[in-house]
Design a protein around this ligand. Structure first.
Ligand SMILES: [Zn+2]
Length: 207
């Protein structure tokens, strides 16, 4: 079986995302790139019973290399991210509730907490386009420039990483950041961090 370890890691990640409430039903999708191959969750298979064999492997042009089921409808998004970001080795896309709610309200996630810098700056909101479309893939790549996470307008969130554990962790931090902003904004007008305050955090993170 091609990319056995990556496919097993995707199954574990999907179950954890499901348990954590970051995905519901068959929503969201996860991929791992290894060289010219991409392991990605299949379309329409519930995560509770997902097995490594059901996670397909596709080439960078989208053609199947070893796949029992059609790939996630968002495979074009995953492939576009890998094409634009050679350092990316994993992509996690969720419909987590706070990120999805905030994606309908703002153009970027307000800097309510220093975790903003975990993404290289305030995560942007990609313009809405129909799910699974090349237009949505382009919009997400545009929103992700110089960032490791973004929201997708009226849709959800995307996190990328140099490995799956990092992309998974970033998707959880992104949801947390959106949730904190929504809670603060529901009680008043949140104070936001300044550019200088964020720059000080960025300098500390890269040390
Ligand atoms: Zn989606």
């Amino acid at each position: 079986m091609l990319l056995t370890a990556a496919r097993e890691a995707i199954v574990t990640t999907c179950k954890e995302l499901s348990r954590a409430g970051l995905v519901v039903g068959t929503a969201g999708n996860v991929s791992v790139r290894d060289g010219d191959l991409v392991a990605v969750t299949p379309s329409g298979v519930r995560y509770a019973g997902l097995t490594a064999e059901q996670v397909g492997v596709h080439r960078l042009d989208g053609s199947p290399a070893e796949a029992l089921f059609p790939p996630s409808s968002e495979l074009p998004l995953h492939l576009a991210v890998y094409a634009a970001r050679p350092e990316a080795r994993a992509v996690v896309h969720t419909h987590s509730p706070a990120a999805t709610a905030l994606s309908a309200l703002v153009d970027e996630v307000p800097a309510v907490h220093y975790y903003t810098e975990l993404f290289g700056g305030p995560p942007r909101v990609a313009r809405y386009a129909t799910y699974g479309s090349e237009e949505l893939a382009r919009n997400v790549v545009h929103a992700l420039r110089d960032r490791t996470g973004c929201l997708m307008g009226n849709h959800g969130a995307v996190a990328v990483g140099h490995d799956l554990a990092t992309a998974h962790e970033k998707s959880a931090y992104l949801e947390w950041l959106c949730d904190v902003y929504l809670r603060a904004a529901s009680a008043g007008t949140p104070r936001l961090l300044s550019q200088a305050q964020l720059a000080a955090v960025a300098a500390k993170l890269t040390r």
